[in-house]
Write a protein that binds this ligand. Structure first.
Ligand SMILES: Cc1ncc(COP(=O)(O)O)c(C=O)c1O
Length: 482
């Protein structure tokens, strides 16, 4: 636990107001005298705090006028460009993921490496209350087997909400799964056979890579834009060449890049894949976490031939532990249902009914609004801290939703070295290579914004920045004197 000085605490309060948007670019800060009276701290404490905020690049002093929020706050760092993976078919080996997962779960670790929402921002009390009611009211039903497609009441709630993603669905077109992970597994297994190649974004969520590996599938990594998603030009070339059995991607606020395709691009993607009769596995787990005005549509909304297998869950919004997700498999419904039955017959009933009750009782939209605001603020704060502490050439994504940031360090930095050094300080990050079958991105890492801002996180980012600066300085020295 880091103990902060009084002036640092004052600075934290003000930076919180800036990053939450209460104080906007160009706004005048309270005068030193006013803050001294309001907070009952000395004038020198306020001056120290303002000096610290100036050093962090958040505010500027204007002679004879006072302190102002910096105008250029929103453009403090550059964004990464279109990725450039080797475009060749790779077998998938995710052994590094197991090591990293083991490290994340060690006691006392600051978990910047895992994309997990902290229980503090989840509606834990409401869910527990509803689960208690489900257990009391449906005491026998929850202990019986159910059908592979899952509870009707939950599928009805999901069908109602599907209008938000641009889909008009019958509840019978939905199959409940154990999270998005099982949905993606069922989708891939239904449309491929061992040895097939799947076209994916690069970098791609490592959980997808683990599924490809376990199904003995190969991957074709395609260049991906951090804002707009997979390159359709490269996908078209790959499809033209042949040998692609399916395409799998995260449509909205992807993990790790945070990209989100426009409606026009989603429509073009469906058309392109239809031309080659190729199914698309769409993972939309982050779609509800938008910071913009409206929820982005699903690619499924543009699917006229039933070839998009839509997968998602409540893991990022309600609870990853309930393990409730679903798949809308389109024309692959029969095969997905058969495989679900073979794999585990059905999804646990108590958790399905709990989620159905939460979706039905009207609290979901309010909770979502709060979640989106929380994630946006946390992401802004973490971005600002990275801009502040990391080498100036560092690039950071600027997603319009979701939960993660992708950080590209100056090319000479070895992120596995950074990973090992950070662990000595009890900090975990997700190194870039675990998102790529070709082990690209050794100068990148992903950072989780699902944890509420705290002094520990600020300090962890400060340490990561210092370790990066140190590595960069050592590299310069070595190249100079070798
Ligand atoms: C893109 C993506 N898909 C799927 C998952 C896992 O989802 P679930 O917990 O619903 O299985 C994650 C979790 O981080 C994810 O980021």
């Amino acid at each position: 636990m880091v103990v902060k000085n009084l002036y640092e605490k004052v600075a934290d309060r003000i930076s919180g107001l800036i990053l939450e948007g209460t104080l906007k670019s160009g706004d005048r800060l309270p005068s030193v005298r006013k803050l001294h009276k309001q907070l009952s701290v000395s004038i020198s404490t306020v001056l120290e705090a303002y000096r610290l905020l100036e050093d962090k690049g958040l505010i500027v002093a204007r002679p004879q006028s006072g302190y102002y929020v910096k105008q250029s706050l929103a453009i403090a760092s550059e964004e990464p460009k279109l990725s450039d993976p080797p475009i060749s078919i790779s077998t998938v080996d995710t052994s590094l993921v197991a090591r990293i997962y083991g490290d994340i779960n060690k006691p006392g670790i600051v978990k910047l490496g895992a994309a997990i929402p902290s229980p503090e921002i989840l509606p834990v009390a409401a869910l527990n209350r509803l689960m208690g009611k489900v257990i009391r009211d449906r005491s026998s039903l929850i202990h019986s087997y159910h059908t592979p497609e899952g509870c009707q009441s939950l599928r009805q709630e999901i069908a109602k909400r599907a209008i938000d993603i641009g889909c008009y669905l019958n509840p019978d077109s939905i199959i409940i799964t154990n999270g998005t992970t099982e949905a993606v597994y069922l989708a891939l297994k239904s449309v491929t056979k061992p040895g097939d190649t799947v076209a994916i974004e690069s970098p791609s969520y490592y959980g997808l890579l683990q599924t490809l590996e376990s199904l003995h599938l190969k991957a074709l990594e395609l260049p991906t834009d951090p804002k707009y998603g997979i390159s359709l030009e490269h996908l078209a070339t790959a499809l033209d060449r042949g040998g692609i059995a399916a395409c799998a991607l995260v449509s909205n606020f992807s993990n790790p890049l945070g990209s989100c395709m426009s409606d026009a691009k989603k429509r073009s993607l469906v058309k392109l894949l239809d031309r080659y009769n190729i199914p698309l596995i769409e993972d939309d787990i982050y779609g509800d976490l938008y910071f913009t005005e409206n929820r982005p549509k699903a690619i499924k909304a543009f699917d006229t031939r039933g070839r998009v297998l839509y997968c998602t869950s409540v893991s990022k919004i309600l609870s990853p532990g309930l393990r409730v997700g679903w798949i809308i498999p389109g024309c692959y419904q029969t095969e997905v249902k058969r495989l679900k039955m073979v794999l585990n017959l059905t999804t646990a009933i108590a958790t399905q009914l709990t989620v159905a009750a939460f979706l039905n009782n009207g609290g979901y939209d309010r909770h979502l609004r709060k979640m989106r605001q929380t994630y946006r603020v946390q992401m802004d704060r973490i971005r600002a801290a990275i801009c502040n502490y990391f080498p100036p050439q560092t690039k950071i994504t600027r997603p319009q939703g979701g939960q993660v940031l992708w950080v590209e360090l100056p090319g000479t930095i070895d992120v596995m070295n950074l990973y090992d050094r950070a662990l000595e300080y009890q900090i975990s990050i997700a190194p870039g290579m675990i998102f790529s079958p070709s082990k690209s991105y050794n100068n990148c890492f992903r950072i989780n914004c699902g944890l509420p801002w705290s002094e520990d996180i600020d300090r962890a980012i400060q340490i990561l920045g210092a370790l990066s600066q140190q590595q960069l300085a050592n590299k310069v020295l070595t190249s100079k004197y070798s």
